[in-house]
Design a protein around this ligand. Structure first.
Ligand code: SF4
Ligand code: SF4
Length: 393
């Protein structure tokens, strides 16, 4: 329910022709007004220094600040005004609700923003569709019927699915995902840039934001002891599991990229064996991704109920599960080479990768893209003079 203050602000915004805040945005604005008077959490993360540069919070400010929050939980456990206090300040939850809205609002094409609403179901359907596609192709391609699904094929993977067919299926889906994410974050960038000084990117700002992204700086609680998960104890587990997942994903992507170069530039077609670079990168990446996602799943199940937005749990868990399936089915393929289990495992792996690619712009993956954009804008803004001359940067 909106407060009288929020309704008054909306009425003023309407009268001025400004954009009206949604209920989650109004709630963030209300809580940030309290935080701006308190400022106890100033050293925790980038959110509070960004907040102190503002006395009022418009739509773009709120989207920018919400995407700076890493949902570490530190400000909830430190807050004397957290529920059951009547001020009901719960910054991680309020920010998470706005972030969910951000992803949907900036989705491209806009109609597909609805896929965030029932994201667990979306990912499950995408997986079923991907799996069905590859099972049908495996059965239909060589005229052997369903027996093709449990015969050790001559020629390995490409004896089941020709290389050019796989490129023809995956390349358009992947390029569409890159385009959709790129157009979405470009619109976000255009909206938040005027609210964050309007200054252009500089090399030092880019370097600082890149460092924050690569080290997941704001999951360290501001003191290096870590963030919170199930209670008010500090833990580095979330940061470590995120790192294993993030770098595992990058290594798998690097393995695919190097394999593509081998194929087209060096005329060295797959399969590759150890100690080839694609195999090393893919093996390390798969193991890292499997461990990281298993850890994130366990942490997610135990997460404090007041952290984040309960409505987004299906999205979080479906994405973690899909990444885990992608990693473990890829590793299982390695073990199954030359055995009759290969065709089914290959269908499972390719179906999971296809579902992952197709849903990248409409699921949890978006949090990394929008958060990076906000960290870049924060690094730019903090280098400009404080417009209200209060608080330290
Ligand atoms: S979260 Fe609570 S303790 Fe932290 S700045 Fe806001 S009001 Fe103060
Ligand atoms: S939850 Fe963590 S990252 Fe988010 S605002 Fe609070 S202290 Fe900052």
């Amino acid at each position: 329910m909106q407060t009288l203050e929020a309704l008054t602000r909306d009425a003023k915004a309407l009268a001025n022709g400004d954009i009206v805040l949604s209920a989650p945005e109004s709630e963030v604005a209300r809580q940030l007004q309290i935080c701006n008077a308190c400022r106890y959490c100033e050293g925790f993360c980038a959110v509070f220094p960004a907040m102190t540069r503002r006395l009022e919070f418009g739509k773009a400010d709120i989207h920018f600040i919400a995407n700076l929050c890493h949902n570490c939980g530190a400000c909830l456990h430190a807050c004397q005004y957290a529920p059951p206090h009547e001020f009901a300040v719960n910054i991680p939850q309020a920010m998470a609700q706005v972030r969910g809205q951000t992803y949907a609002d900036y989705a491209w094409p806009p109609a597909l923003g609805q896929l965030y609403q029932r994201n667990g179901l979306t990912l499950a359907l995408a997986l079923v569709a991907g799996l069905t596609l590859f099972l049908l192709l495996a059965v239909g391609l060589h005229g052997q019927g369903v027996s093709a699904l449990w015969q050790s094929p001559a020629g390995g993977f490409y004896g089941i699915f020709p290389h050019n067919l796989l490129v023809g299926l995956f390349a358009p889906v992947f390029l569409f995902a890159v385009l959709a994410l790129g157009l979405g974050v470009r619109r976000f960038w255009r909206d938040v840039t005027p609210a964050t000084s309007g200054a252009p990117l500089s090399a030092p700002a880019t370097a600082e934001a890149t460092d924050a992204v690569l080290r997941l700086k704001y999951l360290d609680g501001g003191h290096g002891d870590g963030c919170h998960n199930e209670d008010d104890a500090y833990t580095l587990s979330r940061r470590r599991m995120h790192h294993l997942t993030f770098y595992g994903f990058l290594l798998c992507f690097a393995a695919t990229s190097v394999a593509t170069l081998y194929h087209y530039l060096l005329a060295l077609p797959a399969p590759y064996d150890l100690p080839s670079l694609p195999k090393l990168l893919g093996g390390l990446g798969g193991i890292s991704l499997a461990i990281g996602t298993a850890g994130l799943w366990r942490l997610n199940l135990r997460r404090h109920p007041q952290h984040g937005d309960a409505a987004q749990k299906p999205m979080d868990r479906a994405f973690i599960a899909l990444l885990f399936l992608t990693a473990t089915s890829g590793l299982a393929l390695w073990a199954a080479r030359g055995t009759p289990a290969l065709p089914l495992l290959l269908c499972l792996h390719l179906g999971a990768v296809m579902a992952l690619f197709a849903t990248l712009p409409y699921g949890k993956f978006a949090h990394g893209i929008f958060r990076t954009a906000s960290l870049l804008r924060h690094a730019v803004e903090k280098r400009q003079p404080n417009p209200i001359g209060l608080g330290a940067d």
